[in-house]
Design a protein around this ligand. Structure first.
Ligand SMILES: [Zn+2]
Ligand SMILES: [Zn+2]
Length: 399
């Protein structure tokens, strides 16, 4: 780091610390007014208002979603265009047990710190509020289809966690809602007239169980029956299930999906029933960009983040990964709960207003702001990151 850069990072840390009470108040308000996906009117209004009051150009209803927004700040012309994405949805009947209330205030701190500390070099910041992460279809997937992230060179996020780390990978995931329709009949008096939709589903689950033995070790296939029949003495006319399939890369998952589709068709043939299948969720896998992860972790040390740890071995699926399938990106996970405490738990929820939570959002803001500063100052950084992203993505189709 050059001395000038040292000075800038010191200035940036000071700026974030000065904003502490303001950012903590934003975070506490969102926590105390939990809103589920697509209903985050209060949170998006609060955050959009903050950016507008601070001189950003704000667009609400961005990317086709009412509770999404984009706040843009541009210095000079050209330079990197960096996205800072934030979620603010809660979990139904539970509240902010995934700590999404920390993200918007974190991005607010990061954006103001970049603006205060960056020199004269050109750059554009886009703070994008992304609703409904917890919903099956993932709000970012909808925004992606509407072109919301297409201008970004790099996309960054922050998420609360039990350690401070960045993930290397995440699973591509597709969720199906499948409905079988048979013919109802009395199960004792006229079974020969019936065609069982439930039996079709049982065959689907058996087919999936066999398929599980012929896919990659780290692939996942799971499902639930949400309607298995209407009365025990009637042949079930309708039966519905949710099936999820996951793999660490999208092209391989698409191959699995073709086989799953044949299982649906086969079950219908065997039982003489009809079926309809709908994709309710379609998440891509994250494309790893280690250069970006290393930059975040180096800055995590400078920000004196707690519980710095290596990347997680097991990861699930997230709609941010769908963004990172098209735009190089990474999410800094910042420790604020004890090690081993998992998201969506009561213990996680209980920490939402704590000093540790406030500290984590400030730490996240410092890490992200320093990383953005590095991207602005190193004229080659974005190009290098893009090259690594392209190389990694090309590997997927060669496997
Ligand atoms: Zn969650
Ligand atoms: Zn979350």
């Amino acid at each position: 780091m050059t001395n000038k850069s040292d000075d800038r990072k010191r200035k940036l840390i000071e700026t974030v610390d000065e904003l502490k009470s303001q950012l903590a108040a934003l975070s506490d308000f969102i926590y105390q007014h939990p809103e589920i996906g697509y209903q985050e009117y209060e949170a998006s209004k609060l955050l959009a208002g903050f950016f507008r009051a601070n001189g950003f150009t704000v667009e609400t209803g961005y990317g086709g979603l009412d509770t999404a927004f984009r706040a843009v700040y541009r210095q000079g012309s050209g330079g990197p265009r960096i996205g800072l994405l934030c979620e603010y949805d809660a979990i139904e009947n539970v509240g902010h047990a995934c700590a999404h209330h920390l993200q918007g205030p974190c991005m607010a701190g990061a954006a103001l710190a970049v603006r205060a500390a960056a020199g004269d070099r050109p750059y554009t910041l886009e703070i994008i509020g992304t609703p409904a992460e917890e919903m099956a279809e993932g709000g970012k997937n909808i925004m992606l289809e509407n072109g919301a992230f297409k201008d970004l060179d790099v996309a960054l996020m922050m998420h609360g966690s039990d350690t401070t780390t960045t993930d290397i990978k995440s699973m591509a995931c597709t969720q199906f809602a499948v409905t079988f329709t048979g013919v109802a009949a009395h199960a004792a008096i006229a079974p020969e007239k019936g065609r069982s939709a439930l039996e079709a589903l049982m065959l689907v689950f058996n087919g999936l169980a066999y398929l599980r033995g012929h896919v990659r070790d780290d692939a996942r296939i799971h499902g639930i029956i949400d309607n298995g029949g209407q009365a025990v003495n009637a042949i079930p006319e309708k039966a519905t299930a949710r099936i999820e399939v996951r793999a660490y890369d999208r092209p391989y998952l698409d191959e699995m999906i073709e086989r799953v589709q044949r299982i649906f068709a086969g079950a219908a043939l065997m039982t003489d029933t009809a079926y309809e299948v709908r994709r309710v969720g379609n998440f891509h896998n994250k494309i790893p960009v280690l250069t970006l992860n290393e930059l975040l972790m180096k800055n995590a040390e400078l920000a004196e983040a707690k519980a710095i740890a290596p990347p997680r071995e097991k990861t699930g699926s997230t709609d941010f990964a769908s963004v990172m399938y098209f735009v190089p990106g990474s999410c800094i996970r910042v420790a604020f709960v004890d090690k081993g405490v998992t998201a969506h738990s009561r213990e996680w929820l209980a920490k939402g207003l704590s000093d540790d939570a406030h500290e984590a959002l400030l730490t996240g803001a410092k890490i992200l702001a320093m990383t953005v500063l590095d991207l602005i100052e190193d004229g080659q950084a974005v190009r290098k990151i893009r090259a690594e992203f392209d190389r990694e993505k090309a590997k997927l189709t060669k496997n």
